[in-house]
Design a protein around this ligand. Structure first.
Ligand code: ADQ
Length: 476
């Protein structure tokens, strides 16, 4: 109808839009698809349907006008500079992130941040409500938008609302520390279906509803409202990677050639160890460096035979805990290289940059041992990307038990990163296990990821959303 705003049968809301702003030398602004897994997964489910994506464009100030990109309607939400500080850097990254990751660093609870969190969630909910066609499905992403499900339901009770948590959901003893714990649970309970990375996360959520809201729970559902209550289901649907797309990239001759070049440029070691993380205190980078330093001191590894490449992507650089972590890591790397390096053969190559996907695939192929040692991690896609790139069945994965990925990739060389001896042993086992056995392990890991790729994740989520209990459920 002319004059009517266009509406969509699937609306995704995520903190960020799936595009990055590119400004040319002449100042012209264009948008480039960000290559993340979420975008790839959405492409597979949004193909052939009218979909919209609501998200922040990444700069403070008024929102750019909505625009279409490759058949997807992109609807930017604006954040003021104060909201970037209070909603994004503050409440999202300095209150919720540490609280949900086992309080590896203390969480902060300023009350102004909560006000900004509520206001921004309401802005997202308003945009979703305007863009959804009658009876449409809404898929809200992650911890930045936990109030949006209930706010959307209030505006549009006709919609099917799903939410997926990319990070862990903490045990009730930790969650209960949040001054706004009840409001957050009530916000989430506005959804029909809540997806988590691990079953334990979903159970933590259900338990929190029972203990903190005194809600009736049955199995994986929570009853909301009196009389004939609505039932909200919470269950695990672990995220994954675009296996076929990434493997195809890894097989490209230029990527294979680049992986050889990378090995040469670090002196063609017998064993190349690799770490790839956002520079975040949850990722266990300090523990990894400690384990490696002890192995160097004990003379069990060292250049030129063994070398370690640590790629640490810049992250949340205005949050103090991240600034402290960066200085600590850079000091440690400097000390280790000073103590154990030789001219042209440092024991650690430290890179603080983001790289294109091709370069990451080449790094994965070049590495004999990939060390993934988070103290807490919802999933950890790097582990899955590494095995996806190893179509040659080379390489070995050292994997922390505290990642969601470990629950699917049991055959990996498991470690408890808090136990430095255990981490050292896992690294040494990964180095010394005979090639045939390593290949057997790699084949099993690859089978798991190929059969549970990101496309399947998105389809399973939407199927679970469709199958969520109808409301109201009489007599329950
Ligand atoms: P993250 O904490 O960001 O994600 P992760 O799952 O490892 O962690 O994803 C990081 C992504 O960034 C990977 O795709 C990786 O390849 C890429 N990356 C890392 N360093 C890079 C670099 N230097 N250059 C380019 N790309 C780089 C959150 C949760 C995770 C969960 C995901 C998805 O914390 O637990 O797995 O969401 O749900």
């Amino acid at each position: 109808m002319p004059g009517e705003p266009q509406t969509y049968d699937l609306v995704v809301a995520a903190n960020r839009l799936p595009v990055d702003k590119v400004v040319s030398d002449s100042g012209e602004v264009s948008w480039q698809r960000s290559p993340g897994g979420l975008v790839t997964a959405m492409e597979s489910v949004m193909r052939n349907r009218a979909g919209a994506w609501v998200g922040w464009a990444g700069d403070s100030g008024p929102a750019p006008e909505p625009f279409d990109e490759d058949g997807l309607h992109l609807h930017p939400v604006g954040l003021s500079a104060e909201e970037v500080r209070d909603f994004y850097e503050g409440f999202s990254n300095d209150t919720l992130w540490p609280s949900y990751h086992a309080v590896i660093v203390p969480a902060s609870f300023p009350r102004d941040w909560w006000t900004a969190y509520r206001e921004v969630n309401a802005r997202f909910a308003g945009a979703v409500a305007r863009l959804a066609e009658p009876g449409a499905r809404v898929w809200i992403q992650d911890y930045q938008l936990q109030l949006a499900p209930a706010l959307v339901r209030r505006l549009r009770p006709d919609l099917r609302i799903g939410w997926f948590n990319h990070i862990p959901f903490p045990p009730v003893e930790l969650f209960a520390q949040l001054p706004w714990r009840s409001q957050i649970l009530e916000g989430l309970l506005g959804a029909d279906f809540l997806g988590f990375q691990r079953q334990a996360d979903a159970q933590n959520f259900v338990r929190a509803c029972r203990q903190l809201l005194r809600a009736q729970t049955k199995g994986d559902t929570v009853a909301v409202g009196d009389g004939s209550p609505r039932r909200v289901r919470a269950s695990a649907i672990p995220i994954s990677v675009d296996f076929d797309g990434l493997e195809e990239l890894a097989r490209r001759p230029d990527v294979v050639a680049r992986s050889r070049e990378l090995r040469e440029s670090v002196g063609n070691p017998k064993v190349l160890l690799l770490g790839v993380d956002r520079l975040d205190y949850t990722k266990g980078i300090r523990h990894r460096l400690k384990a490696y330093e002890e192995l160097l001191v004990e003379g069990r590894v060292g250049p030129p035979d063994v070398t370690f490449v640590q790629i640490a992507t810049p992250s949340r650089e205005r949050v103090e805990a991240y600034q402290n972590l960066r200085s600590e890591i850079e000091q440690t790397v400097g000390r280790i290289n000073g103590d154990h390096g030789q001219i042209g053969a440092p024991p650690i190559h430290y890179l603080h940059h983001a790289y294109p996907r091709e370069e990451m695939a080449a790094f994965f192929q070049a590495a004999d041992v990939m060390i993934v040692s988070p103290l807490r991690d919802g999933m950890n896609l790097v582990a899955k990307e590494y095995v996806t790139c190893r179509y040659d069945l080379g390489g070995a994965l050292v994997l922390s038990e505290f990642t969601g990925a470990w629950h699917e990739l049991h055959q990996a060389f498991a470690c408890n990163p808090n136990d430095i001896e255990d981490l050292k042993q896992a690294i040494m086992r990964a180095i010394t296990t005979p090639a045939k056995e390593r290949q057997r392990i790699m084949r099993a890991l690859r089978r798991r990821v190929s059969e549970h790729d990101v496309q399947r994740w998105a389809q399973r989520f939407l199927a679970a959303l469709d199958a969520a209990p109808e409301r109201p459920v009489a007599g329950s």
